[in-house]
Design a protein around this ligand. Structure first.
Ligand code: CP
Length: 304
């Protein structure tokens, strides 16, 4: 693949190659000297048109660990505010001899659009409610690390599926690797097309948790929310919030994941998020190695 625009453009071999490469980089970043010189001739621009903590910092660190030159752009402090278009913005940045663009944008398909109009490798760091491919890769990588493999595992994605790019990319990635996937949440926050992807819907949280090996808990995305979709926050927490009592009554120890940022006390309580069942910070740690792998593999296609 020429770019990383979504998991739907990958196959199982692509994912295996990314994970094998990430295994190597994970070992590298645990050494006293955490850097390799591989990409010292490559320049990467991180363009963030939407807010981010984890993805932005993780990409920047991954790029620096590979010795690439890095420039960062946040739309809020840029000439986008004066009306400059996306293509003009990116072409001006590319005129400074940039090889790879990492972009987060609020619009679905922004990465595909960019890849059709500019001459650089594009990595989608989240496009609206569509895909967040590196998040899904680091999530699967973390499941594989914790449980030995993804194949045959039962994963439930819980919460605001409708507005979640993490859910869609995870569904594609998990299915490619032979996992069984269910979603669980209020029917108002589950898109109608989800069953056409081979994903079962479970609206009873207890049943979903009893079924699964792993629960990937999503944030309720208030910023994308239309009031008609939303049970009240209190109702949401009563029906779909994960707390220690629910987990302790399951009679088995499931793995808890969350892509962050967490609404503590809404979709998950602190005693669950911070428990030994949670791999939330392992996900963040693995994000750097997985992003190093993605960048490294794409950079091998650049003539230099
Ligand atoms: N998981 C994730 O995408 O977090 P950020 O929005 O902070 O990047």
């Amino acid at each position: 693949v020429e770019h990383l625009l979504g998991i739907k453009y990958l196959n199982e071999n692509d994912i295996n190659l990314i994970f094998k490469t990430a295994d190597h980089f994970k070992e590298v970043i645990n050494r006293p000297i955490k850097k390799v010189p591989s990409l010292r001739d490559i320049t990467i621009a991180n363009l963030f048109f939407e807010n981010s903590t984890r993805t932005k910092l993780s990409f920047e660190l991954a790029e620096k660990r590979l010795s690439a030159d890095v420039i960062n752009f946040s739309a809020g402090q840029s000439s986008v505010k004066k009306g400059e278009t996306l293509i003009d913005t990116v072409n001006n940045i590319l005129a400074m001899k940039v090889d790879i663009v990492v972009m987060r944008h609020g619009n679905v398909g922004a990465g595909v659009f960019l890849s059709n109009h500019v001459n650089a490798k594009i990595i989608n760091a989240g496009d609206g409610t569509h895909e967040h491919p590196t998040q899904a890769l680091l999530d699967s990588y973390s499941i594989r690390e914790k449980l030995g493999s993804v194949k045959g595992k039962k994963i439930v994605i819980i919460g605001d599926i409708l507005h979640s790019r993490v859910a869609l990319s995870n569904i594609f990635a998990l299915q490619l690797q032979g996992a069984q996937v269910k979603v669980c949440g209020p029917t108002t926050l589950i898109p109608k097309y989800i069953t056409s992807l081979g994903v079962e819907v479970e609206t009873n949280l207890k049943k979903a948790l009893e079924w699964c090996d792993v629960a990937n808990v999503l944030r309720v995305q208030n910023e994308r929310m239309d009031i008609k979709y939303f049970p009240s926050t209190r109702e949401y927490t009563q029906l779909f919030g994960i707390n220690k009592e629910i987990l302790d009554n399951l009679g088995k120890k499931i793995v808890i994941m969350h892509p962050g940022p967490i609404n503590r006390g809404v979709e998950i309580t602190s005693d669950v998020a911070d428990s030994d069942q949670s791999i939330i910070l392992n996900q963040v740690e693995n994000g750097v190695a997985v992003r190093m792998a993605v960048i490294y593999l794409l950079a091998q296609q650049i003539k230099r």
